[in-house]
Design a protein around this ligand. Structure first.
Ligand SMILES: *[C@@H]1O[C@H](CO)[C@@H](O)[C@H](O)[C@H]1NC(C)=O
Ligand SMILES: *[C@@H]1O[C@H](CO)[C@@H](O)[C@H](O)[C@H]1NC(C)=O
Ligand SMILES: *[C@@H]1O[C@H](CO)[C@@H](O)[C@H](O)[C@H]1NC(C)=O
Ligand SMILES: *[C@@H]1O[C@H](CO)[C@@H](O)[C@H](O)[C@H]1NC(C)=O
Length: 403
């Protein structure tokens, strides 16, 4: 081969790799799944199962910067005596709303700090009880104790780092469940809610009739409402406008489309406004092979639900009392599984976003000023170094041709 051809080859290789780097910006995707992280560690299976059962797993995954203090299966036995809502309070104290990698813990200035926990952040805790004191002792021992603990309380001790993705999530093992009288207090059961009555009260009388008239749908909603449910009910005018199409659907499709209006998770208005992304519905869980999801988007103050067939807007709150929220929406939601997709005019390509991960977080992760541990780097760096290694190898190979 002529030398000039070698140079062309080299140029092409370098250009291709540069393009590859541009096309997949490092750390554009920030997402984690606490259930998945802990699934790799069976000694935390009880803790993991409880995070899911109490819906804390969803709350954790939506956060951008968080530390989870996990306890092993033996230590979880201490929670057996509590009801599920109380367990939720106790475990939410184990979710610190800041990032504490192992190295950061060891380097605490003055050897101590206090961190707000999700127990504090949700407003369930009074006073300072939702804060956790962290103390780094000489000799390397690190203690965690709830601020409302008394002097006789044995602190929970740092055992090891389970997983660190700086500065998104750190999962650490601690020796025991954190003790807090406030978190351990009995939680009054949610007031019984008559769903049909709630829907009928305002805006959604017609939708209430559809739900009441379908035993499968009613049962699915009623079973989900105490464990996290957000229902989007089309206003009466929307149901009337959709009635001709609805009548045409098979019985199975009618059930699917009603369930499509229910998301098996609790979303406050604030959560809806601060989060973008696809949500699964009760239709997803009932018709496993199909998607039945839609996209929740914020447009200034408005929250819209985009199905690819219609875009519906939230017009009012019918009821909002955790774990159940009901919002009136302007249009009947039509899933792409049942109706023809309306092509949007040339959508701008957008990097895939996970629910709960909004843009501003990306700044932190790409910065290289890691004052955190080597474990931090170990977790996040391979993708970066891997890609540069490929560039280096390709350039190297091209250069070898020149020799
Ligand atoms: C998280 O991971 C678990 C287990 O792999 C999976 O069942 C669940 O659907 C995942 N959640 C999300 C939001 O991706
Ligand atoms: C937590 O830290 C604060 C401030 O350092 C201190 O006043 C308080 O006594 C500590 N609480 C516990 C339970 O250690
Ligand atoms: C709805 O669920 C509640 C429990 O949350 C139950 O007590 C009630 O009987 C159910 N209603 C119907 C009509 O099935
Ligand atoms: C209902 O189905 C019939 C027969 O398939 C069709 O002609 C009609 O246009 C449909 N009506 C609506 C509103 O989709």
């Amino acid at each position: 081969m002529a030398r000039s051809q070698h140079y062309i080859l080299l140029a092409v290789a370098v250009a291709a790799m540069a393009l590859a780097l541009l096309a997949s910006p490092v750390a554009a995707e920030k997402s984690f799944n606490i259930t998945k992280i802990l699934a790799a560690h069976p000694e935390f299976s009880k803790f993991n199962a409880m995070l899911s059962k109490t819906r804390l797993a969803n709350d954790i995954n939506r956060r951008q910067t968080i530390t989870v203090l996990a306890v092993d299966n033996a230590a979880m036995a201490g929670l057996d005596q509590y009801s599920l809502p109380t367990v939720r309070h106790i475990l939410s104290l184990h979710v610190l709303v800041d990032y504490y990698g192992a190295k950061k813990l060891r380097g605490l200035s003055n050897g101590a700090t206090a961190s707000a926990s999700m127990f504090q952040a949700t407003g369930a805790a009074g006073g300072m009880s939702g804060y956790v004191n962290i103390t780094s002792h000489k000799g390397g021992k690190i203690d965690f104790v709830s601020q409302d603990a008394d002097d006789t309380t044995t602190p929970s001790r740092y055992v090891k780092s389970i997983k660190e993705l700086p500065y998104d999530i750190a999962v650490l093992q601690v020796s025991s469940v954190l003790s807090s009288s406030e978190a351990e207090a009995p939680v009054p059961p949610p007031a019984p809610v008559d769903l049909v009555e709630l829907l009928s009260k305002k805006y959604c009388k017609s939708f209430a009739e559809l739900v009441a008239g379908n035993a499968d749908v009613f049962q699915a909603l009623n079973e989900t409402k105490d464990n996290g449910l957000t229902l989007f009910c089309p206003v009466d005018a929307a149901v009337a406008a959709f009635a001709p199409k609805y009548k045409n659907l098979t019985a199975k499709a009618k059930t699917a489309i009603l369930l499509y209006h229910a998301v098996p998770d609790y979303f406050s208005v604030q959560l809806l406004k601060s989060n973008n992304g696809m949500v699964s519905t009760l239709a997803t869980t009932s018709y496993v092979k199909k998607d039945y999801s839609f996209d929740v988007k914020n447009d200034d103050e408005d929250v819209t639900l985009a199905t690819k067939v219609v875009t519906s807007t939230i017009t009012a709150t019918v009821g909002d009392s955790e774990p159940l929220a009901v919002y009136a929406v302007s249009k009947f939601l039509q899933p792409k599984e049942l109706f023809k997709v309306v092509q949007a005019p040339a959508p701008a390509p957008e990097p895939s976003k996970k629910k709960g991960k909004t843009g501003d977080a990306d700044d932190e992760s790409s910065s290289d000023d890691s004052d955190d541990s080597t474990a931090d780097k170990g977790a996040a760096a391979p993708a970066v170094f891997g890609r540069w290694a490929t560039v280096a190898a390709t350039v190297g190979a091209a250069l070898a041709l020149l020799a």
